[in-house]
Design a protein around this ligand. Structure first.
Ligand SMILES: Nc1nc2c(ncn2[C@@H]2O[C@H](COP(=O)(O)OP(=O)(O)O)[C@@H](O)[C@H]2O)c(=O)[nH]1
Ligand SMILES: [Mg+2]
Length: 180
């Protein structure tokens, strides 16, 4: 039986932990030393859902401004967007609406497809008080109709949940789509 493949993008400002979340999910590892993602990194992962296996093609997009037009081309056809900020760095949270706008512009709405995604508050292991309160994150997630997660790539808390949700949400979107 063929397995459905869904395209998932991990996006957001630099240094928030995008690549770390992907590495935690894929290899269950964590690296303290920062290595900037140059351009784009693509990985595939298999997710077992209760009603079948799906494959996610995970695109980890470098946050540098010079890659803005490259990013735009990747947004097209994405099934789920994982938008990440650092819960201890307010600037990264304040930048999220701008990122969301960029995604909306690049995303192709053809055929009535909806933009679906998750808003991820990462680095919750760094302790209270966080620069961005949990409630603010939830409110923003509600505003853009994204699912909200609080994660730590360092401890692994909630990381797999994000990818499992992305997989089931992506598949759900296809059901809605094909039912129309
Ligand atoms: N304490 C802590 N540090 C993290 C976490 N996630 C990432 N980092 C660190 O933050 C830095 C940036 O991570 P990286 O994944 O490269 O960010 P990216 O630019 O968004 O891909 C690295 O030094 C990571 O070790 C986390 O959940 N907790
Ligand atoms: Mg990176």
């Amino acid at each position: 039986m063929s397995r459905p493949v869904f395209k998932v993008l991990v996006v957001g400002p630099r240094n928030v932990g995008k690549s770390s979340l992907v590495a935690r999910h894929l290899h269950d590892t964590f690296e303290e030393n920062y290595v900037a993602t140059i351009g784009v990194d693509m990985k595939a992962t298999t997710i077992e859902l209760p009603d079948g296996t799906v494959i996610l093609s995970v695109v980890d997009l470098g946050g540098q401004q010079s890659f803005a037009s490259l990013r735009l081309s990747f947004y097209q056809g994405a099934h789920h967007i994982i938008l990440v900020y650092d819960t201890n760095d307010r600037e990264t949270f304040d930048a999220i609406p701008k990122w969301f706008d960029g995604i909306t512009k690049g995303f192709c709405f053809s055929g009535g497809r909806q933009l679906r995604g998750s808003l991820v508050a990462n680095k919750i292991d760094l302790g209270e008080p966080h620069a961005v309160a949990e409630e603010e994150g939830r409110l923003l997630a509600d505003t853009i109709s994204f699912h909200f997660f609080r994660t730590s790539a360092k401890t692994g808390e909630n990381v797999n949940e994000v990818f499992v949700h992305a997989a089931s949400d992506a598949r759900e979107s296809m059901k809605v789509f094909s039912a129309e």
